[in-house]
Design a protein around this ligand. Sequence first.
Ligand code: ADP
Length: 465
Amino acid sequence: MTLRLRLTLWYSLVLVFVMLSFGGVVYFSLTNSLTAQIDQTLSRVANEIIRVYRNPEALPLTLRALNITSNTYVQVWNDEGQLLWQSTSSPRVEGAFDPDSLLLEENVFTHRVVSEMRMRVLTVPVILQMDGRIVARIQIASPVDGVDLVRGMLIDVLIAAGLIATIVAAAIGYIAASAALRPIDQVTNTVLKITRADDLSRRIPLSAPPRSEDGRLIEAINETLERLEDVFDVQRRFLADVSHELRTPLTTIRGNVDLIRHTGEVDEESLIAITDEVNRMTRLVGDLLLLAKAESGKLTLGNEIVELDTLLLEVYRQAKLLARNQVSICISHEDQARVLGDRDRLKQVVLNIVSNALDHTPTAGKVTLNLKCVHKWACLSVKDTGSGIPEEELPHIFNRFYRVDRSRRRKASGGVGLGLSIANWIVINHGGRIEVSSQQGKGSEFAIWLPRVGEDCADSDKQMS
Ligand code: ADP
């Protein structure tokens, strides 16, 4: 069953319930009030009869003189059960209007069928004040056909009005539910179109106020579409980048193999080129595996105390070998700082940033390493006097496969733009962050901030170059 049908059904059911309750209340109040009016008339007549009853001789005469309306019938019975008097208009009946109530010693109102007419009957025992003896019983009856007629009409009106109101309400409810649910239809259709056309760039037009329920639904779906579009874009770019990065070394390897086959000679230059490209591909696949593991949560990081100053010294020694005296490398300041984490991964981060600095620093340039304690943080920075990074590129350098100068002919040792994104992931998962500042043509500075353990932070005041 559709939502709008369900809404209409509920709406109509509630209306029927309200109408039934309302009709019941009206019906019973009206019946009670009409019956109360008849009872009042019967009581009034009974009081008048009792008033004149004190003079039993004059009873028939006085009773005749009473103002008894034509549809009120009176019978007066004595204690022996003999009919003393009855009003002339009374229907011809054998015995009392209500024989059962004649035996009772109190005033009773009953409903009885007398001469095929439904009547309201009041039975009043007449008690002598002196000895409390019941000397007579008066029965006054009045037909209730007027009340029955009104009740019948009321039921007809209530049923007719209820039916019409329910049908009209159901129709209006259906129209209102359809109007209220139209935006949801729109949303469903647009989402279906997007799915069928495989076009995530489409958005659902915001046709409702942004704070309304449908407006919020549209906004939420649009946000989801935007996010999905981003994810698919990243995935598409990632696939394109990976295939591009794999194709370049494969082309080089193939070219060199063709050359060897053509010349029939295995020359050293071709072998070096092939080895370099195989190394590059091995590194690329390793990095990709690492990223995949990191993203699937399968990359577990060690949790040991790492002495950053010792780690920095190791990186410094390795960097000296990499620099081959073409770039000068030094440690300007080194505090003793300890952090909690994975030693090998942290070393990989620092090495990556230092080798980037060496790659982008021309001969005779300088790379400066620095380790400082700043409050509860250890800040390890790598500063170079290299090419620098344009300001507009800075926000992207931690993205996968992002390289500032894509056309730049990379050295065989050069990366594919995954180093910084892996470094960033590792540092963030150590509870830290990487900050970068750079000036084009003057150099860059990468600062790795990590939370320290322990309070000690001795200044070892080393200056190495
Ligand atoms: P790659 O493996 O290509 O070096 P990274 O992710 O390590 O990739 O770095 C991304 C890009 O950031 C590099 O391609 C380079 O353009 C730029 N970059 C990184 N470090 C420096 C630096 N010290 N000086 C200038 N550019 C840098």
